[in-house]
Design a binder for this molecule. Sequence first.
Ligand SMILES: [Zn+2]
Ligand SMILES: [Zn+2]
Length: 208
Amino acid sequence: MAVIAVPLSRFETVAAALRSLGGQARPVEIAQEVRRLFPGPHTDNLLQSVRARIQECSSDSHHWKKKRDLFYSVHGIGGGVWGLRDMDPLNPVNRDGFVDYVETYMAAEGTATLRTHLRRERSKSLIERFKKELKTVACSVCDFDFGKTYGELGCGFIEAHHKIPVARLEPGARTRLEDLAAVCSNCHRMLHRSGRLSIEDLRSRLRR
Ligand SMILES: [Zn+2]
Ligand SMILES: [Zn+2]
């Protein structure tokens, strides 16, 4: 029986693997997923091939071929993590309960930094795991509980704030659950408005 080689050079293969991984991953993981999804003979430099396809199809890369724009750099070029644009949590098309427009945040950080920050705290799979771990869904700054005020509609609603400033993160560092804090929408905006306040700082500033 003839073995049909998988068309590894194709960007669809990379996109399919990235989609299967939840929309964000490193080239090493994407290459592993390509192998898993498309068993068969693979080129020795699969990893290199995956990297090349991503760069050709990403306007974030200097190697962009200006044809397709399927991938984005999650933490900026050099961060090592790539995302699928149509699964980007900041893409208005992909809105869920957490997603809001970046522009509504009064960012003391630059827009690019803020986008990176918001992408970290709005990864759907991460938020789901984060919420499962929470003992209470009240705001960790002001104790506001959406369920208590809005009843059933607000039940279980809370936002996640990434506590480590993007500038202090190691390039490509993964978001850990312990880096996230549960905050209400008001406190979340105040944290971004200041740009520097920690959860404890903001808490100590509350006037009631
Ligand atoms: Zn709050
Ligand atoms: Zn935040």
